[in-house]
Design a protein around this ligand. Structure first.
Ligand code: ZN
Length: 452
């Protein structure tokens, strides 16, 4: 029984797919004009884990994540570099695919690009004009008439009257109301453009997601997701466009991933406050980054700091350490642990609780050396995209990355094992460290270590 928080109703709801056993899911993807930053990674990792978990529960998920490959920023950047928009976007699509592969983010089932769906987009705009929700403005742009859509604001819980009152101060000549947004932008000279019934131009940003989501998943589908910063106006506009055209509810559940912050400020390209995935992966193992991104609930804000990354490394090393000396053969999964994990994930994909289940399980493995529990741990971790290396490979990488902390961590674990009178485990840790050339010395003041 999956309960998920629906941004539309602001409550946790029992999930019920339109077609039993199947899920259609659309997530807003990347605008490809630069390298992806870690905030993008958070959204993609969260939805990756959601899809992995839903599939593990037997759902057949059709996961669509778009690529925005035409927009103002792309045009400006291509001009700065003296390349075509196609050359620019091809470069950054490849970079995004490299980043997602490195982070073990599974590709979506369909990855539609705006420029490959111009006809679909034009068809949708035609429908909106026919139904009198859109108009050709004085400057030749096609605009959506927000005040015609009575439910406008239902996702972001903004009130249309309040929006209208707030917007009146601004006067935008070409639009009937300052709230109206562009569906089709008339081309200026030298800009990339496509032919349309309204002349040469290009789609606005919001319309592509409505058009591609309905094209791939139907007028009504199960889950629509994206970063919290997209809730207004992007997702609100998607609802206005889609529901005005189809007369049906668009997506049944809306999911929003919280913002990644650095020093408690939003990570964003526009403010220069960001790290690219590429930068972060030069410093940290991809699984450490994934662990960090999953260490807080997907709806909560998450703060980036080197400390948090170090903690993620320590935690992940502990999980790897617990299965290091166990021969991982296929076993039947342990039902009790499986259920604990599923309970956490069925509660609005609560990954921090799911991770704590993995720790309790690893603790049990340290005590019992059970091959079945080790196999269960590896399986459950794989649903989070973790523990995909061998312990040896990971722990050696960890040693290089953060040697002292890793050794300290093992010393702490050995002390704990000794306190629990688990002499076998304590000896094993001493032996492992000796193999790595680290000698321990116990005294009344505690345990110290040195290179042998
Ligand atoms: Zn979108």
């Amino acid at each position: 029984m999956l309960n998920l928080y629906n941004s539309l109703t602001r409550t946790k709801e029992l999930f019920k797919p339109i077609t039993p056993g199947k899920i259609g899911m659309y997530v807003c993807g990347i605008t490809v004009y630069d390298r992806c930053h870690l905030g993008h990674a958070r959204s993609m990792v969260c939805f990756d884990v959601i899809v992995r978990f839903l599939r593990s529960q037997g759902y057949k998920v059709n996961y669509v994540r778009n690529i925005t490959d035409i927009d103002d920023k792309i045009i400006v950047r291509a001009n700065e570099r003296g390349v075509s928009i196609h050359e620019l976007t091809a470069q950054y699509i490849k970079a995004m695919h490299d980043d997602t592969k490195a982070l073990n983010i599974l590709p979506p089932d369909i990855e539609p690009r705006a420029t490959a769906h111009i006809e679909t987009i034009i068809d949708l705009i035609k429908q909106l004009i026919e139904k009198d929700y859109a108009y050709v403005s004085e400057n030749g742009d096609v605009c959506y008439q927000v005040e015609r859509f009575k439910d406008y604001g239902k996702l972001s819980h903004k009130d249309l009257e309040g929006l209208v009152a707030g917007a009146r101060v601004e006067i935008v000549k070409e639009k009937r109301s300052p709230l109206d947004f562009v569906l089709w932008k008339k081309a200026k000279s030298g800009e990339p453009s496509w032919s349309s019934p309204w002349g040469e131009g290009r789609p606005g940003w919001h319309i592509e997601c409505s058009a591609m989501a309905m094209h791939e998943l139907g007028e009504q589908f199960d889950i629509h997701g994206g970063g919290l910063d997209l809730q207004f106006p992007h997702h609100e506009n998607e609802i206005a466009q889609s529901e005005a055209a189809s007369g049906k509810a668009f997506a049944n559940y809306w999911m929003h991933v919280g913002m990644l912050q650095i020093n408690n400020e939003k990570m964003a390209k526009s403010t220069g406050n960001f790290f690219t995935i590429e930068d972060v992966l030069q410093q940290h193992h991809p699984e450490v980054v994934r662990y960090f991104l999953l260490s807080s609930h997907y709806r909560s804000p998450l703060n980036y700091s080197e400390d948090n990354l170090h903690n993620a490394l320590k935690a992940l090393s502990r999980l790897y350490q617990s299965i290091k000396d166990i021969n991982l053969v296929e076993c039947e999964l342990d039902k009790a642990w499986l259920e604990q994990f599923n309970t956490a994930m069925n509660d609005d994909f609560n990954t921090p609780v799911a991770l704590s289940v993995l720790f309790q399980l690893s603790h049990e493995i340290n005590k019992t050396n059970s091959a079945q529990l080790a196999f269960t741990l590896k399986h459950l971790a794989s649903l989070l995209g973790l523990l995909q290396s061998s312990s040896e490979t990971f722990l050696q990488a960890g040693l290089k990355e953060d040697e002292k902390e890793w050794i300290e961590l093992l010393i702490q674990e050995r002390l704990q094992a000794r306190a629990e009178r688990n002499w076998a485990r304590a000896d094993e840790i001493r032996k492992n460290l000796a193999e790595q050339g680290v000698e321990l010395e116990d005294s009344a003041g505690g345990t110290t270590w040195r290179r042998s």
